[in-house]
Design a protein around this ligand. Structure first.
Ligand SMILES: Cc1cc2nc3c(=O)[nH]c(=O)nc-3n(C[C@H](O)[C@H](O)[C@H](O)COP(=O)(O)O)c2cc1C
Ligand code: SF4
Length: 530
């Protein structure tokens, strides 16, 4: 029987040479006339081990990594097709502690199956959720999602069941399901991983959403920086159509669901749902006033469910195993699992799917292994560019929406960006304001003007110009932006700025840096002579 060897096709693995590794393995298979089938799987989410190559053995899948193309002949020589040891040998994949100690519900198949094999998807529980949904009334599907306690994973944590019920209760004959795949938060990649590693789970989730609210059409709005995900989704959609899982009669249900992918143009603000809808309609990505909510008047003025990729990709397991099963994971009002994305200055960067309630410290140390530099950790930003900077003393905060809000932080999309003691929080505060100035859609004054003035004021604080007055002015400006901005970009950017001042005041109280030295050797003119 042919041996299966897995090499990830995930963009993170490809960025560190997975394609070259796959080619080298194919060459060895050909030259040795080995009976091997090479599968390009998704990533297991252990990025420090990528490219992570796996071999199926009678003991289970055995992992080797990080594998380079040069190391491939040696792997064959040492008998890796039988799972034998080698210096890159990592043992059974499922026994690697980073992976073993997770609760993978949404990511149950990611890295295990061939992303574009529908039969592999179905052999691992795929489309069981849809099968159950087909037998239920729309109300019962929505009820199951409500029971699960699922809250939107895009950032706001709004209950998905309530959103779906609002759309279900509208009487329009045309409704839409829109998947927010803009994933612009710093340090986040869970959406990308699932779209590249298990695209059918998103398609299934969107199809169930359509059946629940009475929508016959869906769009995935994809971040422009994700060309691999674009190709994978397009191919998966084609396959789903060809096998009757999309189109006029989804899985023999007599119900229609059509699906398409649209690529954004690279604006952070197009991740906000109303800007996204504008962009999807072919207009400039600018915020719409709310109300009306997209659930009432969304895409092309029709009732629309807008959900994040992970929210939608979690729906199949909820329908398959029941809302109560999913609700049993987690703590407080944060039910189910969170896809924690470890990034920044971290030794073991990667994806950890775990029930809500794990502390930030456990995520960073037990899974992430501490800082990559080995230096002491100084700050962590959770929740993307609008998230607060937490000091070491807040690391015991559980990953839970309410616990984070209590500490003036937010979980957002689950991105965790770690900084060591070389970070300067005054510069990070400036970076946050500058990010807002660059990404502002310009619709409201507090954000459009306030963010630019904010950068100037922080520059003065760093330069030690009237520092006390400028810190007061900055506090005032942050209050105006919080209270007066039309959307959460301007409204939440004070989070990182004020948390930096609150938790790291010493960084705002340093002597002014010396003015930049301009030597003749640094000028444009002199460089043009060299
Ligand atoms: C500035 C800004 C950027 C956002 N970016 C994203 C994003 O990239 N992906 C996402 O799913 N939600 C993003 N959101 C949240 C969306 O507006 C919306 O709440 C979400 O798509 C709803 O889906 P959910 O309920 O499944 O989370 C963003 C919000 C703001 C204010
Ligand atoms: S807060 Fe900023 S991004 Fe949001 S509507 Fe106002 S100008 Fe646009």
């Amino acid at each position: 029987m042919s041996v299966k060897v897995y090499v990830p096709c995930d963009a993170a693995a490809v960025s560190v040479g997975a394609d070259a590794v796959a080619r080298a393995i194919a060459e060895q298979i050909a030259s040795r006339r080995a009976d091997v089938s090479l599968v390009r799987n998704g990533s297991r989410g252990m990025f420090w081990l990528e490219p992570l190559v796996e071999v199926e053995t009678p003991r289970g899948r055995v992992a080797y990594g990080p594998v380079s193309a040069d190391s491939v002949p040696g792997l064959f020589d040492s008998g890796f097709l039988e799972g034998k040891t080698h210096k890159l040998y990592l043992g059974l994949t499922e026994e690697i502690p980073f992976l073993k100690n997770q609760e993978r519900l949404t990511f149950a198949r990611c890295g295990i199956t061939d992303p574009l094999s529908l039969s592999d998807y179905m052999a691992h529980g795929g489309y069981r959720g849809l099968e159950k949904a087909i037998k239920l009334t729309p109300e019962a599907i929505v009820e199951e999602v409500s029971t699960s306690g699922l809250r939107g994973r895009g950032g706001a944590g709004f209950p998905t069941g309530i959103k779906w019920r609002t759309v279900l209760n509208t009487s329009d004959d045309q409704k839409y399901i829109v998947c927010n795949a803009d994933e612009g938060d710093s340090g986040t990649y869970a959406d990308r991983m699932i779209m590249e590693g298990d695209p059918f789970v998103l398609i299934e989730g969107m199809t169930i959403a359509g059946m629940a609210v009475g929508a016959t059409s869906g769009y995935i709005y994809l971040r422009s920086e994700y060309p691999n995900a674009f190709r994978t989704l397009q191919r998966a959609i084609e396959i789903a159509y060809s096998k009757g899982y999309l189109g006029a009669d989804v899985a023999g249900s007599g119900k229609r669901f059509d699906l398409d992918v649209r690529m954004g143009a690279g604006a952070y603000i197009c991740g906000e749902e109303t800007s996204l809808l504008e962009s999807l309609e072919g207009k400039r990505g600018q915020i719409r006033f709310k109300p009306p909510l997209p659930a009432i008047k969304g895409l092309f003025g029709k009732p629309t469910v807008v959900n994040n990729v992970i929210s939608l990709a979690t729906v199949p397991i909820i329908l398959d195993k029941g809302g109560a099963y999913y609700r049993d994971f987690g703590m407080g009002k944060s039910r189910g699992t969170l896809t924690i994305q470890l990034a920044g200055n971290i030794k073991h960067g990667g994806l950890v799917e775990k029930a809500f309630g794990l502390t930030l410290r456990q995520a960073i140390y037990d899974y992430g292994g501490g800082t990559f530099s080995g230096r002491p950790l100084r700050a962590v930003q959770v929740g993307g560019p609008l998230g607060a900077y937490f000091p070491e003393s807040l690391l015991d905060t559980p990953l839970d929406y309410e616990a984070f809000a209590e500490k003036k932080g937010m979980l957002g999309h689950g991105g965790v960006v770690v900084f060591d003691d070389t970070v300067d929080l005054a510069h990070q505060a400036r970076f946050a304001m500058e990010f807002c100035a660059v990404e502002s859609c310009g619709k409201c004054t507090p954000c459009r003007i306030g963010s630019t003035r904010g950068v100037e004021v922080i520059d003065k604080i760093i330069a030690n110009q009237d520092r006390t007055q400028n810190l007061e002015l900055l506090a005032d400006l942050c209050e105006v932006m919080t209270d007066g901005s039309l959307c959460a970009l301007g409204g939440l950017i004070p989070f990182p700025v004020q948390s930096a001042i609150r938790h790291f005041p010493e960084d705002f109280d340093k002597p002014a840096p010396p003015p930049p030295v301009t030597s003749p050797g640094n000028t444009q003119e002199s460089r043009s002579w060299t």
